[in-house]
Design a protein around this ligand. Structure first.
Ligand code: SF4
Length: 550
């Protein structure tokens, strides 16, 4: 003991040299992993020409593996999971072994209004090339499956003729934008952000300067007070706000993202006028490109940089190095509590109506889209917008024909008066097509909705259920009342499909992540009983009908 007390003190630990994380701005230009190498070897945008002129002619086996599993994503193409492999195989088999030799294709809509011609083009692609598949995703994309490489040129031709594109719908690039489905028609809109989204798209999508980002870069923009684009969970969000002197504009939020290490976007507390949004977007994208972490893929999202720097430093770098001006300070808008999917029949500012409809967990079909195009024409509607909740909003309806319209939409599977369960349940792609999936999601969620509609038809409070096939949280696991993360769980001594439950997550004024309760692991088969029990518990404990579930 004495000896210990009298020993000379240990020399102070030498400060560890800070290891670079692959930030280009700090001189780390050499690729530090396979993904970075692939991007450096050839700009991913160049793969379009090879698809058009080589791969579509010579077939699947002619595709360079670096294109197939890397650069194709910049064209909205992912390889599709082969049918017949259970979730246990996801970790065991290689990507090649899981290949179906078909593609999943995403079409970006970027919050634009889809007229009848665009909806018809989307439907015809589903029917003619995708075995009648078409899903509405929570990023306002239409997603197809079973696409053959031979058909891609004709698909692009049809889509591009209708003003649509798959460019940078995936990959380490500016992914599809979320825009307010009510832009330009809502009576309570703060500002219509449509021109800004169009400007960003026109200037930067397909621009090689912004096509090699450290990781995906998700954009949301809304001028609606309901914050209907999930701004908390995007890398960059512009959210409508009113400056006391300058009037309507946008605050800038940065660094949101879910997956395995979820973070909510942080508000800069600034005011950006409509005409400067595109510049601000480019500035943030460039900060991400130059200072983002490229060494480790699981540290590469913008949220890690924002978390390390803090918003003050982030803003300072943005202003001094990229915008060359100070942004105007402004109190950030208060986040709402209300749901944001715009389901039902509502007034527009111009005396017409809009109608929000709910497919079941975003699953529609090419035929449904063709029928929807007919409805748009027949009722003289302005068109359709997709929502960030796997729903569709139809704009410009004549108030005198609303009931006929609602009935017609219902007849094609698009309900304007859905049950709360149908309205508030989302599901990601899952094991049917996604190679990363561990469990089935779409079919399980569809059956769950039907079961809960039977068991609890009159529940008077909305409860959101987000069903995800793996930890990647594409359907926003952590911000649902009941968030479900697919995994294998033990049941009667064997592994079966199931979910880890996250309870009580939310966006808006109560934004926060659901609690992950160790004991709350449920088999896929037992999901209906589990939700019913949770609801029973909530109803027994609440003090009034206005007490939210979360
Ligand atoms: Fe696939 Fe997982 Fe995303 Fe679902 S959450 S679509 S299973 S990666």
């Amino acid at each position: 003991m004495t000896e210990l007390l009298t020993s000379p003190p240990a020399p102070p630990a030498r400060p560890r040299a800070k290891r670079g994380e692959g930030q280009w701005a700090l001189g780390y230009r050499e690729p530090l992993n396979k993904n970075e190498q692939t991007k450096k070897d050839d700009n991913p945008l160049n793969v379009r020409a090879r698809i058009l002129h080589t791969y579509s002619r010579l077939g699947f086996d002619s595709i360079d593996p670096a294109d197939l599993r890397g650069r194709f994503r910049w064209m909205g193409l992912y390889t599709q999971r082969a049918p017949g492999f259970d979730g246990g195989k996801t970790a065991v088999l290689s990507e090649e072994e899981l290949d179906a030799r078909f593609f999943m294709m995403r079409v970006r809509t970027d919050g634009t209004l889809l007229d009848a011609a665009a909806v018809r083009a989307l439907g015809s692609v589903g029917v003619d090339f995708a075995r009648d598949t078409a899903d509405v995703t929570d990023r306002q994309n239409i997603q197809y499956h079973w696409i053959r490489i031979e058909d891609v040129p004709e698909i692009w031709e049809r889509l591009e003729a209708a003003g649509l594109s798959t460019l940078e719908a995936c990959g380490d690039s500016p992914r599809p934008f979320l825009g307010s489905p009510l832009a330009g028609v809502a009576a309570d809109e703060i500002i219509d952000g449509t021109p800004a989204l169009e400007e960003i798209n026109r200037r930067y999508i397909g621009d090689p300067e912004y096509a090699n980002l450290p990781r995906k870069f998700k954009t949301a923009l809304t001028g609606h007070p309901s914050h209907d684009v999930s701004p908390e969970t995007n890398d960059i969000s512009f959210v409508g706000t009113v400056h006391p002197e300058h009037g309507p504009g946008f605050d800038l939020w940065v660094g949101g993202g879910l997956s395995t290490n979820p973070m909510l976007a942080q508000k800069l507390g600034v005011w950006i006028p409509l005409e400067e949004v595109a510049d601000a977007w480019a500035g943030v994208a460039a900060v991400f490109r130059d200072y983002g972490y490229r060494r480790l893929r699981n540290r590469a999202r913008l949220k890690y940089l924002v978390a390390d720097w803090g918003v003050e430093r982030f803003r300072e770098v943005l202003e001094t190095e990229y915008l060359q001006r100070r942004l105007v300070d402004c109190d950030s808008p208060v986040s709402p509590r209300a749901h944001r999917d715009h389901i039902g029949v509502h007034d527009q500012v111009d005396g017409l109506k809009y109608v929000g409809v709910a497919p079941v967990v975003g699953r529609i079909s090419g035929e449904t889209l063709l029928a929807l195009a007919d409805v748009i024409e027949e009722f003289g509607l302005a068109g359709a917008r997709l929502t960030a909740y796997q729903k569709i909003v139809l704009l410009g309806a004549d108030p005198a024909r609303i009931e006929d319209l609602v009935a017609r939409l219902d007849s094609i599977g698009l309900s304007a008066r859905p049950s709360g369960w149908r309205q508030n349940t989302m599901a990601c792609t899952g094991i049917e097509f996604c190679k990363l999936a561990i469990v089935d999601t779409k079919n399980r969620a569809r059956d769950l909705v039907a079961e809960l509609e039977q068991r609890r038809p009159d529940l008077d409070v909305p409860i959101s259920i987000n069903v995800n096939g793996c930890p990647n949280a594409c359907a926003r696991t952590q911000v649902a009342d009941i968030g479900l993360k697919g995994q294998l769980v033990m049941h009667e001594g064997r592994q079966v499909e199931g979910f880890q439950v996250h309870l009580g997550g939310a966006t808006g004024i109560d934004a926060g992540f659901g609690r992950k309760l160790r004991a709350h692991k449920v088999t896929s088969e037992g999901l209906g009983d589990y939700v019913d029990n949770v609801v029973t518990h909530y109803l027994a404990g609440r003090t009034g009908a206005d007490e939210p579930f979360a």
